[in-house]
Design a protein around this ligand. Sequence first.
Ligand code: ADP
Ligand code: NI
Length: 220
Amino acid sequence: MTQAQIVQKTADFVKEKFSHEGTGHDWWHMYRVWQLAKQIAQGEKGADLFVVELGALLHDIADWKFHDGDSSVGGKAAREWLENQQVDHRVIDEVAFIVEHISFKGGTNQTPMRSLEGKIVQDADRLDALGAIGIARAFAYGGSVSREIYNPDVKPKQYGSLDDFKKQIADNHTVNHFYEKLLLLKDRMNTKTGKKIAEQRHEFMEMYLKEFYKEWDGKA
Ligand code: ADP
Ligand code: NI
């Protein structure tokens, strides 16, 4: 198989696994991350596009398999799929590393991403949590775990550690998620292309929140 055929076959596999998923981790998320990652890669010199595309398509494979966010599980699932496609071992190692290290775990916890390809895929994934799409995904996710849209009595917190972040309780509301994660992402972008797109999307979310509070208070 050519690289292009492997990429297409992987896209078909991911599409089948993630269709009709209602929490914002659906096939279309994988699709956008794939497209965004290719776009970012064009602005960065020296990225291996094959690794970028496979990493983008497979980045959330753990969520499909076990839904508990255990990232070593995702790495294994990606490895198994790529081995079955007879992908080169160097490429498999790079992609598995991306899948294992992509997730933002909140607070001051910075996920180190050692490869350029990983930085690109991580930026693409973060971008899909921002802007109009990011807002839709946040509320979809919040609803899926029965969170309130907003509650002015519950103020946002900063989580110092991974454990703290995991302890986020069900009575936190989705608007807090903007302050606890989404609005922090633009300063954590790895690539200049990613940062530029993040800044536009960040600005849109600020505008959205302004309008949201206005309407919340019942003002026209
Ligand atoms: P990652 O892809 O970095 O693992 P997550 O799985 O944490 O990201 O998030 C996937 C989507 O779900 C994002 O759009 C994110 O904003 C949303 N989400 C995650 N946690 C929450 C939350 N506590 N409240 C609302 N939305 C959330
Ligand atoms: Ni993702």
